[in-house]
Design a protein around this ligand. Structure first.
Ligand code: FES
Length: 278
């Protein structure tokens, strides 16, 4: 007869909590593959992104191309009276900022919080920076493991709220991408910058729609899918995207950086925007 009880059969002493956590192996790992490549690449790419965005946020220039209505996603929406003329699509709701204050001071914490609390980036960051653990079946440095049960990591549970805020910013980014097809000289126009902004916003949509919180919001709490066919359909489609969330996380990170760099290059006069139409 089989049993469904979780209690061990009589006479067998259950392993202690410590014994369950780790096998008694003195080697750091028994893995023979190059398990360290993934956390190393992650640390390099994320490190480059953090340094790049940090520099760009404090530059406070070359973020807006008035002639073609190109606004970098790192500065959108630009809400301060210090913003370049024409770049404040929602108006200048904030006063002029002192030079030491980045113009996207309100929006950047939302974008950073959304990425930092992302389920995928959490895994990637813990492996690459905290080495906790650096890879599957690789012991971590002698830190006490507390998971995300204490400050500051417990704040990661705010992810769904960052999702709501970042979704509002994504709508504004979408508006920016549409505006990039209507240059200042009037009418419709297409430049390489318009396409760059469009591709970037498409990748941001894929990243957001594939978010675990987004999937949960649409269908995570349903007990009977058969009674909610529309939500079930959305949940099914989002689940397909969710399976590729890691790829969208990386691609959108890189497109944000490249889009900003392209707009900076055009705004600074390093290159001319390649105009395909008008
Ligand atoms: S889980 Fe990655 S953005 Fe939500």
């Amino acid at each position: 007869m089989t049993t469904t009880s979780s209690s061990p059969p009589s006479g067998i002493v259950p392993p202690s909590r410590t014994q369950r956590a780790r096998a008694a192996i003195s080697a750091r790992t028994l893995r023979t593959d190059r398990w360290w490549v993934s956390p190393l690449v992650t640390a390099i790419v994320l490190g480059v992104f953090v340094v790049y965005t940090g520099v760009r946020l404090f530059m406070r220039n070359d973020y807006w191309v008035a002639e073609y209505h190109y606004l970098t996603p790192l500065y959108s929406p630009c809400l301060s009276a210090s913003c370049a003329p024409g770049s404040s699509h929602l108006g200048t709701l904030l006063p002029a900022f002192p030079l030491a204050l980045p113009l996207p001071i309100l929006i950047f914490p939302i974008l950073a919080g959304f990425r930092a609390s992302c389920y995928y980036y959490r895994k990637a960051g813990y492996r690459a920076f905290l080495l906790s653990p650096p890879g599957c079946a690789v012991t971590e440095p002698g830190m006490r493991y507390a998971g995300e049960t204490r400050f500051p990591l417990i704040l990661q549970n705010l992810h769904r709220y960052f999702f709501y805020l970042a979704s509002a910013l994504l709508l504004i980014n979408t508006y920016d991408a549409v505006l990039a097809f209507f240059p200042a000289n009037g009418g419709f126009g297409i430049g390489l910058g318009s396409l760059v902004l469009l591709i970037n916003v498409a990748m941001l949509w894929l990243y957001s729609l594939s978010c675990h919180a987004c999937r949960h919001i649409f269908g995570g709490r349903l007990k009977h899918f058969s009674k909610h066919p529309i939500q079930y359909w959305f949940w099914t489609q989002l689940s397909k995207l969710n399976g590729r969330h890691m790829q969208f996380a990386w691609t959108s990170l890189i497109t944000v950086m490249l889009t900003d760099f392209y707009i900076m290059a055009v705004a600074a006069g390093w290159i001319a925007d390649l105009r395909l139409f008008n």
